[in-house]
Design a protein around this ligand. Structure first.
Ligand code: F6P
Length: 370
């Protein structure tokens, strides 16, 4: 804990890591709640870049005018980056080679030079980890959790997740009619690196026939059996919803590229297409695949995500007012709580393979390929 509430005059807000629907709603709530307390608010552009001299972006004064009409807008008016870790800043050295440099001290210094009293840092596990480390260097910070993957254990929900689920469910609904018309197997790949929440929620809501998630390794044979069983009942099409991080028993996740200096060093993707090829071989059916990719991260947040984001922004400002730093706001039941960043980052949230949601899906005849 650093700082004292009555000393607050000027706060900053930034967005880091991959974007998610609801970021702008958090920014708006943070700005309006701060203005209401008589504080000034500044937005740091592009993660932490806006604080580092010579880097893209800067510090922008966030007025009432600047946050007008943005609650429903996707993306972030401040810009974001998942390459902007100040503890391992990527830059090209004089020899033309990319290298990493610790610029965290410069961030803390710039923060002080600008006369900022607190930072509201909005981000996923990578960005909240950076916030925790900056807090250890003395930066007064409050984290706000963002991830469409919904994989932070300390909060029941992170904003962006339910909008991503809506997008994926809508896609599955649409795929049903074309799959049925052509008697095809459609494989839809959704996001979810370590956790299969989007696949599970949208697969259940959209009535997929198989849901494949990282927490339950699958075998292609078991998925084929499910498709054949449907065939024998006169259902000549099937929908398989697969999380990008799903993998076969004893196998690996399908990766696209390895990226240096990136918060998520391995870029996932391709499991849907691989599975579609395997399913075509073993079922002898026409099969197509579709990766929803960043569609799930774009567009307006749904009503629930807007509420969550607005509540988080307001709660983060309340933490600043109380002088509670080094914490992150989150939802527990219907309450916003703010455990320490250390605690918040302790655990990831995984789908329980024996849990009620998976049991419900099994009761509905949905296969997990196991
Ligand atoms: O962390 C959220 C996430 O949506 C992951 O599910 C996905 O692997 C990743 O972002 C993709 O991020 P980007 O393409 O921006 O690096």
């Amino acid at each position: 804990m650093h700082g004292a509430s009555n000393a607050v005059r000027r706060i900053a807000v930034n967005t880091g890591g991959g974007d998610a629907p609801g970021l702008n709603a958090v920014i708006r709530a943070t700005v309006l709640a701060s203005l209401r307390r008589g504080w000034e608010v500044y937005g740091i552009e592009n993660g932490y870049a806006g604080l580092l001299e010579g880097e893209e972006g800067g510090l922008v004064r966030l007025t009432r005018q600047k946050v007008r009409g943005i609650t429903h807008l996707g993306g972030t008016i401040l810009g974001t980056s998942n390459r902007g870790n100040p503890f391992a800043w990527r830059e090209v050295g004089p020899d033309g080679q990319e290298r990493e440099r610790d610029r965290s001290g410069e961030v803390v210094e710039a923060f002080r030079e600008h006369g900022l009293d607190a930072l509201v840092a909005i981000g996923g596990d990578g960005s909240l980890g950076i916030a925790r480390d900056l807090s250890e260097l003395g930066l007064p910070v409050v984290g706000v959790p963002k991830t469409i993957d919904n994989d932070l254990a300390y909060t029941d929900l992170s904003f962006g997740f339910l909008t991503a689920v809506d997008t994926a469910t809508d896609a599955i609904d649409k795929l049903h009619s074309t799959a049925e018309s052509h008697q095809r197997v459609m494989v839809v790949e959704v996001m979810g690196r370590h956790s299969g929440w989007i696949a599970l929620y949208s697969g259940l809501a959209g009535t997929a026939d198989a849901i494949l998630i990282p927490e339950i390794p699958y075998t292609t044979d078991r998925v084929c059996e499910k498709i054949r069983a449907r065939e024998s009942r006169g259902r000549h099409f099937s929908i398989v919803c697969v999380a990008e991080g799903a993998h076969p028993v004893g196998g690996q996740m399908v990766t696209k590229t390895v990226r240096a200096g990136h918060q998520e060093q391995v870029r996932l993707g391709g499991i849907g297409e691989r599975l579609a090829v395997e399913l075509a071989e073993c079922t002898d059916k026409e099969t197509r695949s579709l990766a929803l990719g960043h569609l799930q991260r774009g567009g307006p947040p749904n009503a629930y995500d807007r509420l969550l984001a607005l509540r988080f922004g307001s709660a983060a400002v309340a933490c600043v007012e109380e002088g509670r730093f080094g914490c992150a706001v989150g939802m527990v039941g219907d309450h916003v709580e703010a455990p320490s960043l250390e605690e918040a980052l302790e655990e990831r949230k995984f789908v329980d393979p024996e849990g009620e949601l998976v049991r419900t899906a099994r009761d509905l005849g949905i296969s997990f390929g196991d």
